[in-house]
Ligand binder design. Sequence first.
Ligand code: BGC
Length: 367
Amino acid sequence: MHLSRRGLLYGSAGAAAVSLAGCGAGEESASLTGFTGISMPTDTSERWVIEGKALESNLKGLGYDVIHQNAKDVVEDQIAQIQSMVDEGVEFLVIAAIDNTSLGQVLADAKDKGVTVIAYDRLILETPDVDFYASFDNYQVGVLQATHIIDRLGMRDNPGPFNIELFSGDLGDNNSQYFFMGGLDTLESFIYEGKVLIPSGQTEQEPTATAGWSGDAAQTRMSDLLGEFYDDDETELHAVLSPYDGISRGVVAALVDADYEPGTGGFPVVTGQDAEAASVKAIKDGTGQTETVFKDTRQLAHTVTGMVKAIVDGGDPEVNDLGTYDNGFKFVPSLLLEPVDVTADNYKEVIVDSEYLTEEQIDAGEA
Ligand code: BGC
């Protein structure tokens, strides 16, 4: 694990920039044109498609050339795409990795050619050749999800016990452990007290993991858990800690199959992440999950564009954390933004008023 159990070093995103004097990024600026390769991991989740386009248009808006590719969940394709970007002569790589330990060799080649490497949202591990990391406070994502469960079930004032099951993300994604640990740490005291029970006994990252962040895989696991541990009249499920909206919708489908009725008091509390339109619709209508964590990915794309521009202009990118994200070689200088908890009470203000999604997109369940 690369995670320090306690939170992060900084106060709020956008707070005082930490100077990176001596990183040398600016030294080569005279000859830089901003030519950037963007490598996105999947097109099955809305955010990566939207952000790929946003990054491309931001960078092109500055007059920089861009190669933008999406590797559609195939690790070998991502490596090949990045290699061809390096061969084309990009000066910057902005990469959201499918598998965080698969890029060492291609990044070594990129580094030999002087490319600046920015890990986009997902930290790239086990290589010295990552220069910067831009993401959200991933530990806090899990804290928000677990806090929603605690509040919604009234756990502080109610003796319980509450039956909860845990889901985590893909094991090849470094973020998964942060989401999971943030959630588990927040539930920990209730677990020790005996207020929270986890009938499956699956409390480690590995058995709770969801390969490829797949909703179908989550649905299968949830159905299996219901069949094995809740198949009597007494054991009721009260909540599911789910790290991502696609997983949450799979979980909800399994619950509906097992005759839990959405919108009723007996339907388990289900969390999520990413404010995908279909999930915000369920939150708004009360037909499934009750929470998502919104990460304003427009802000992330903007931040990364600013990092590239700062280097092209001969300066240092702004970062706000130097001591949390250890990639196995070093603490990668990071810029972390704040995630926001979204429920039926504030979706309008957070999601619609900020123009992330329109009410029409939410009602259609599609962005
Ligand atoms: C991202 C999440 C996303 C997940 C699945 C993670 O790396 O941080 O926002 O839900 O990947 O795409």
